[in-house]
Design a protein around this ligand. Sequence first.
Ligand code: SF4
Length: 453
Amino acid sequence: MEERRYPEGQGPSQEEMRRSNLEIVTGVTCPFCGCLCDDLEVVIEGGRITNVKNGCAYSLAKYLNYQRERLLKPMVREGEELVAVSLEEAVERAAQILVDSIYPVLYGWSSTSSEAQRLGIELAEEVRGAIDNTSSVCHGPTVEALQELGHPGCTLGQVRNRADLIIYWGSNPLQSHLRHMSRYTIGAVGRWRRGREDRTLIVVDVRKTYTARVADYFIQVEPNKDFELLTALRMALMYEEIEQERVAGVPVEAIEEVAEILRGCEFGALFYGLGLTMSSGKNRNIDAAISLVRDLNRWTKFVMIPMRGHFNVAGANIVFLWQTGYPFAVDFSHGYPRYNPGVTSVIDILSRRESDASLIVASDPVANFPRRAVESLLENPLIVIDPHRTATAERADVVIPSALVGIECKGTAYRMDGVPLKMKKVVDPPPGCLSDEEILHRILEEVRRLRGE
Ligand code: SF4
């Protein structure tokens, strides 16, 4: 454990802390959403987390409930039952399944450390499997479009200090990323912005969300018409005539008014969520958004940042990229990385019933995947590495419990703007629970031993 201290003059005295067996760890990075808030203070009493300061309701819930529904013993399936075994036995069984498999799939990777992600790719290459992360079903279109076109981005710190115009498109941070607006955008006091009175908020969504209720301008777009609205906004920016009264349900006068506001800002930031990436058009929507932001840079400074969900889903894309050249859905069955989303993405492989074994790390596809993909997943040997009891773990053939990254073990994670941050260990994991990184390292070594390498 590291960095146990508390700002002088605040909190209990050293003597009080010693007497009550109290520790406070400061500068903790929250392992929940893509904001990766790194200013948490975690209070530990008698080895248990009892409070979290600076966090939002989600982080508090995660820290106070991290011991619930835990997997504590490695298990392997004997008939209908999962039977507790030693870690060595579970690792050996997992490695044997992967070695015996012709085309395994390795999925999850967004709620673990980048060190574990790196080992996952090494393992996928070793067993000639397909490896995919959860961005396949969320911001996959974003990474596809960003890879094709590039994009003007910046750090969240730049937005906090400089942005006077914020757009949330298909994203509702007041319910999904609770501190995003107070820490980085509308409510944040930056070096050159004093807070709410210095910033304009525009929300584009299909319904009046909580975030839309506090916006200066709310644009209600018809479902699946984001591409049309983005195109109309680009036309209005260029002073081109729009020969319609409404586009995507929005009056043309309103589109022209918003275009004027966008042109007139000093520093604008577009944050977009699954409402844009997963509506009709998908990566073409992101192409259009990139084009809009590129156009805006003729008049002013404008950037865009995706609102990433899982705390290290951005890391999964980044690590996959620097290891293989591709951000998700990477297939090693030919001995080298191939990338063809829709073909090499794990849901598609499972739906075509092509794989013959699976390794799931820190994810619960049985609870989330389409029925056909789940049926295929359960037809073949299934290995799960996870801290918690999940629907997928309940159906697995090998279950290996792991320590929670950012709570019980350290690691690296990438924030939604691509900034890497250190995750701290604040309490000990349950006895015998190793980090995902250590477990994957052992499986990889065992796979190589079984293959005589
Ligand atoms: S906004 Fe996200 S990262 Fe920040 S404290 Fe809340 S859950 Fe954690």
